[in-house]
Design a protein around this ligand. Structure first.
Ligand SMILES: [Zn+2]
Length: 105
């Protein structure tokens, strides 16, 4: 299996899975339940992940993921309220201390 996408926002992972399945591409979500523990264990270890089941679909799947990325609204960089780390907009949690971005709390 091939990892396609990972996000702490479970709805994004589900939305992308729906888009892929609409194209006939089979995929599987890992860590769906673990994401509820975000904040208690490092978020990089519990973010929901979307895995491709058949690598023959990889090129088409990458295209769907790229289109999905472009359609998502751009998120501005932000600063962690807990430790002050500067973070890029695509991160929904601080890589340094694991705090969630304020508007996603
Ligand atoms: Zn932080």
């Amino acid at each position: 299996m091939q990892l396609l996408f990972s996000s702490l926002k479970l709805f994004e992972v589900h939305h992308l899975k729906n888009l892929l399945e609409a194209e006939g591409i089979r995929c599987h979500i890992k860590n769906e339940l673990l994401s509820r523990l975000a904040g208690e264990i490092p978020f990089t270890e519990c973010a929901p992940q979307l895995w491709l089941l058949d690598e023959r679909d990889l090129d088409r799947a990458k295209q769907v993921v790229a289109d999905f990325g472009r359609s998502a609204p751009a998120t501005p960089p932000w600063q962690c309220p807990d430790c002050g780390e500067a973070l890029e907009g695509q991160f929904s949690a601080c890589w340094h201390c694991g705090a969630l971005r304020p508007e996603s709390r």
